[in-house]
Write a protein that binds this ligand. Structure first.
Ligand code: UD1
Ligand code: CA
Length: 454
């Protein structure tokens, strides 16, 4: 049976105390809602409807995609009313699965179990046992069978003692769900149209109701405030790191790493503490990432080492490169093999061929550097004239002395040596020493300044 999902994302999320709509709050670097969208997509849902309201345009802009159907809930009159806004688009013969935009950690395995346990004409609700069920809807069973879900504010003292709660996730036949939604009333403690009331309607109609228990409490966590958001972040990070450890990746401390995107690792990768990975990052076999590194959208080849305190974005390296400590690789930094980028070196939009070394205090921008080049400390490619960027080309085997300004556009021929302290503005020929320096003078009769008396 085809599946339609309805994702509820219209709430304001008052308890976040934020100008940002709740479903856009970031979890592992992405909006809460985009995690739920991923889940719906992984289930191969034929139709994904998102009920939006609060911060409507921002939510649509952040999660825009062709496969989504947006249903506006102009006024937030309850979860049942929210589903009703998306109901016209749900085909009668689909199974309709309701997910919440603020419940982002559900696993595909649990949802598959829920879907598989649900017969064509049945309703299933995902529940969980909580030591402290405060705030949640309670699942009421009679002789073991689910008969209702009662909101805390409407519950009797006896019902409040129940520890099995409604996670909010529910699946029912499209046609049935639509007819039940049409019959919802709001004569309850909150004056809202509760989605949960369809459970007792199903029972009245003689439809089988299953209460399927989730094993893991963190999975069904609803996120309402910053504390729960932080708890969910740690839970998700623990899950991501566990997956990588199962693949053989070593972590100095699995609790001190953050993955905000997709991290792909080869064999024998080791990651020390406080590494942050953002976007798509790939680490080749035997790569070692030392402490305090931020690596974003980059690919590092096998055997490469990133020493402590580097900032790496949009960069690539071949094998056995050494980066840092305190290096910055910006977008378009492309290192070949056995390249060394040392401390306080910044590289932007430049290619650096095999075995070249830039070890200290240097800026390389818009440059093509050949093999076996040595760039001395304090060298700057002067790539910007205030209006345009210009290119620097350095041939194989060049030696650039310390403190050199290479004023681009400029070409340094193969095997050339550039004398320390030079400002090079004209092409330097192959294999020769080129330098540019003013004459050294010693000023006779010069006196050291002395401190004025008081
Ligand atoms: C809801 C359930 C409760 C369950 C809990 C699990 C109902 C009546 N209650 O309570 O049984 O234990 O979730 O976390 O269903 N939303 C809308 N439009 C609305 C109201 C809500 O889109 O008019 C969305 C919210 O943005 C949120 C979700 O629905 O994503 C849940 O709403 P929320 O107000 O947080 O419901 P709870 O009180 O937590
Ligand atoms: Ca909630």
């Amino acid at each position: 049976m085809a599946l339609s999902t309805i994702i509820l994302a219209a709430g304001q999320g008052k308890r976040m105390r934020s100008n940002m709509p709740k479903v856009l709050q970031p979890l592992a670097g992405r909006p809460l809602l985009s995690h739920v969208l991923d889940t719906a997509r992984a289930l191969n849902a034929a139709d994904i409807a998102v009920v939006y309201g609060h911060g409507g345009e921002a939510v649509q802009a952040a999660c825009a995609a062709d496969d989504l159907r947006w249903a506006l809930q102009a006024e937030q009159l309850g979860t049942g009313h929210a589903v009703l806004q998306a109901a016209p688009g749900i085909p009668d013969d689909h199974q309709a699965l309701v997910l919440y935009g603020d419940v982002p950690l559900l696993t595909i395995a649990t949802l598959r179990r829920l879907i598989d346990a649900t017969a064509t004409d049945a309703l299933s609700v995902l529940t969980v046992d909580l030591k402290d069920p405060t705030g949640y809807g309670r699942i009421i069973r009679v002789a073991g069978e689910v008969v209702a879900s009662v909101e805390e504010k409407d519950a009797t003292v006896e019902q409040r003692a129940v520890t099995e709660i409604n996670t909010g996730v529910m699946i029912a036949p499209g046609a049935r769900l639509k007819s039940w939604l049409g019959a919802l009333r709001n004569d309850n403690a909150q004056g809202e149209y509760y989605l949960t009331d369809v459970i007792s309607m199903a029972v009245s109609d003689g439809v089988t109701v299953n209460g399927i228990k989730a094993d893991d409490r963190t999975e069904v966590m609803g996120i309402n405030d910053k504390k729960q958001l932080a708890e969910a972040e740690r839970a998700l990070q623990a899950r991501l790191v566990a997956e990588l450890m199962a693949q053989g990746v070593g972590f100095a401390d699995p609790a001190r790493v953050d993955i905000r995107g997709k991290l792909t690792c080869g064999k024998d990768v080791f990651i020390d503490i406080n590494a942050i990975f953002e976007g798509e990052v790939t680490l080749g076999d035997g790569t070692r990432i030392e402490s305090n590194n931020l690596i974003r959208d980059s690919r590092l080849g096998p055997g490469s080492v990133v020493h402590s305190n580097c900032h790496i974005e949009g960069a690539t390296s071949g094998s056995d490169c050494e980066i840092g400590p305190f290096a910055r690789l910006r977008p378009g930094a492309a290192l070949a093999n056995k390249v060394k980028i040392g401390n306080f070196v910044e590289v932007k939009k430049s290619t650096i061929a095999d075995g070249s070394k830039i070890n200290h205090l240097t800026y390389i921008g818009d440059a093509d550097i050949g093999t076996g080049v040595n760039v001395g400390a304090g060298t700057i490619t002067c790539n910007y004239d205030g209006a345009n960027k210009h290119k620097t080309t350095i041939g194989d085997g060049v030696f650039i002395g310390s403190g050199v300004n290479l004023v681009a556009p400029i070409d340094i021929g193969k095997g050339a040596t550039i004398g320390a302290g030079s400002t090079i503005t004209k092409p330097a020929p192959e294999g020769q020493l080129t330098l540019e320096r003013s004459k050294q003078i010693t000023v006779s009769g010069w006196k050291k300044p002395v401190k004025k008396g008081k």
